[in-house]
Write a protein that binds this ligand. Structure first.
Ligand SMILES: *Cc1c(COP(=O)(O)O)cnc(C)c1O
Length: 419
């Protein structure tokens, strides 16, 4: 978001207060242009015979976002059968979807296979069962390279203590099963977690995957996962995608020569594509001075945006209603009955009751992690597309929250309780 003399403007130029006027708060707003730019930048960073960017649906699942990315040429990376089905509903071909679950039932994997999507298996018992049920089938294998790629401990998943993937040290066992069960390993995969800062660490992990890939004869692709970091703080560094693109492409092209076949380089970015496109707009319900601090309390909480509480994540916040106001130091908190802090000791242009605040980087893992905790409806979502604000999800209502509950008619027969 940019500050102009007239106040803040969304990246594609729309006035966020205008959008609030139309759709109220709390509200998630996504700017399609930012998603397009991120996608294009990533494509341009790589120079390989074939590139496949599979958007990690779990970052933000709205079907319009899936369609927008599909239109740009992306495939999908899905972690549940429901994400797979949403992808099919959005118009993706089954082979454009890779299903990368962890610790799901075999039934779910079987169902995905029946739908024709690519199945990425991350445990030996599942591989064995898959091979027994579907001899001759194609699979992708998720390996755990045993590297710590950096980032918050809760989002690092490629290290030795992680539940994800088949250990690279189990390769002999994998090869034995693949041969015995006549499986076709079409791809190998790693995903080391979110927020990779150092290209060297990322590239070191890819070396391990190249080394593993050599053991398979029928590969079509190598999937390097994701973890590309974006800037959260104004002066933050982000993953240098151009450097990674250049270095990984060169190494990949060499590998293809060695391997004797042009393979597809796959990636699965979630955060990189959508994080920066999203703004979460909230209204200030109260400004309260305590003995310790000044609290600005807003009409949302970790029920809508859990990253600050879950990952200690920094999300930049500006005051849209007082863009040129003098900065003061605030704790921005939510309305949930728990410690519910969006920001501590944060300089923000003076906040008054009723002011609209914009929380940045609300595209990835924001709405998709929202809940009904404290019995609060989940907010609406708006997509700014070609200069227009489109409502792409209405806010939930009390009825939505009651819909799946089943009141027992005879629970308290003597009391007159109506639900
Ligand atoms: C979450 C996830 C991603 C996306 O990670 P980002 O940090 O959002 O880019 C990619 N692949 C797999 C398997 C994942 O679980």
């Amino acid at each position: 978001m940019k500050l102009s003399p007239d106040g803040y403007r969304l990246p594609s130029g729309a006035d966020p207060l205008e959008v609030v006027h139309q759709h109220g708060t709390p509200l998630f707003v996504y700017d399609a242009q930012v998603i397009r730019d991120a996608y294009t930048r990533m494509v341009r960073a790589f120079d390989v015979p074939a590139l496949s960017i599979n958007y990690a649906v779990k970052a933000l699942q709205n079907i319009n976002i899936l369609k927008l990315l599909g239109d740009l040429g992306a495939g999908l990376d899905c972690v549940s059968i429901y994400e797979v089905e949403a992808g099919l509903q959005a118009g993706f071909e089954p082979r454009q979807i890779i299903f990368t679950p962890s610790a799901v039932s075999f039934e779910e994997i079987k169902f995905a296979h029946a739908l024709g999507v690519r199945v990425n298996i991350d445990a030996i018992p599942l591989l064995e069962r898959f091979g027994v049920e579907f001899p001759g089938a194609s699979v992708c294998l998720r390996f755990n390279p045993h590297v710590f790629a950096g980032g918050h401990r809760k989002i690092s998943v490629g290290h030795i203590n992680s539940k994800f993937g088949i250990s690279i040290h189990q390769l002999p066992h994998v090869l034995r099963l693949v041969k015995r069960l006549d499986l076709r390993v079409e791809g190998v995969h790693i995903h080391t977690g979110s927020d990779i800062l150092d290209p060297d660490v990322f590239l070191a992990a890819t070396e391990i995957l190249f080394n593993t890939a050599k053991a398979f004869d029928d590969l079509e692709y190598i999937d390097f996962g994701s973890g590309f970091k974006v800037a959260y703080r104004p002066d933050d560094i982000e993953t240098d995608i151009e450097t990674i693109g250049q270095r990984l492409s060169a190494r990949f092209n060499d590998f293809c020569k060695e391997y004797g076949k042009d393979l597809t380089l796959m990636l699965e970015p979630g955060k990189y594509l959508v994080s920066r496109a999203g703004y979460f707009l909230v209204r200030t319900n109260m400004v309260k001075q305590t003995t310790a601090a000044v609290f600005a309390g807003v009409n949302s909480g970790f029920n809508h945006l859990i990253r600050p509480m879950l990952y200690d994540a920094y999300h930049h916040i500006v005051n849209l209603s007082n863009p040129h106001g003098k900065p003061r130091i605030y704790n921005v908190v939510g309305y949930i009955c728990e410690t519910d802090t969006f920001a501590i000791d944060r300089p923000i242009a003076e906040i008054r009751e009723g002011d609209i605040l914009a929380i940045f980087n609300a595209g990835a893992y924001a709405f998709s992690m929202a809940s009904n905790y404290n019995m609060r409806p989940r907010p609406a979502e708006v997509l700014i597309l070609d200069g227009k604000a489109h409502l792409i999800r209405r806010a939930e209502t009390l009825d939505d929250m009651m819909r799946t509950q089943i009141p027992l008619p005879d629970l308290f027969p003597d009391k007159d309780i109506t639900v």
